[in-house]
Design a protein around this ligand. Structure first.
Ligand code: FES
Length: 199
């Protein structure tokens, strides 16, 4: 296995998270299963409860909410610093373009920048806004770890392998990407220090 593949594997886990009260995180690493979907109207009302405290620093997990994959990233201090300094590279740095990239909780400049209620935990829909692929997590800045898939001045974030869209570490789309918008956000709130309910 290459260093790049090994790092991706370590930083990227699929985690089973069910509806209210049915949470398995950290211990259960399972494939993302799309075939066990309830009816559409049930899905649209579904909430997902998840303990973000189970995500290791620097790690990304994928959970399900209303049948969609959702990224949960535990951003370290170093990853949070990577949010700054490249607004000129972004199509929509303040997430103003469409309702799907905004949320009621995004009510301060800091929450808009970090796209999170608590900056250290980013929670976004894991579907590229071009044609819906799941982007790959490539958090290390620069090109060394990721080769030609990212530009020389890569700030760290996601690369969509389908048609090359790029997103920064706040899931904001980078200019030149075929994806038109930042990754979507959703309603969620904290029930305790680390437990969130999405939807
Ligand atoms: S689906 Fe992501 S770039 Fe096309």
């Amino acid at each position: 296995m290459t260093d790049q593949a090994d790092q991706s594997r370590r930083n990227f886990l699929y985690v089973a998270a069910g509806g209210m009260g049915a949470v398995a995180a950290g211990a259960a690493v399972v494939p993302f299963v799309a075939s066990m979907m309830p009816a559409a109207d049930t899905l649209a009302a579904a909430k997902t409860e998840f303990d973000v405290g189970t995500v290791e620093p620097g790690q990304l997990v994928v959970i399900q909410w209303q049948g969609k994959p959702v990224f949960v990233v535990h951003r370290t201090e170093a990853l949070l610093k990577q949010v700054d300094g490249h607004d000129e590279m972004l199509k929509d740095p303040n997430s103003e373009a469409i309702p799907e990239v905004q949320a009621e909780w995004m009510d301060t400049p800091e929450k808009r920048k970090y796209r999170a209620i608590k900056p250290e935990y980013l929670i976004v829909v894991a579907s590229c806004t071009h044609l819906g692929c799941i982007p790959l997590f490539k958090p290390t800045p620069g090109r060394k770890d990721w080769g030609d898939s990212v530009p020389e001045d890569w700030p760290g974030g996601w690369h969509c392998p389908c048609h090359g869209s790029l997103y920064d570490i706040s899931a904001r789309v980078i200019k030149g990407s075929p994806a038109p918008h930042n990754l979507h956000v959703m309603p969620y709130k904290y029930l305790s220090d680390t437990k969130v309910v999405i939807g």
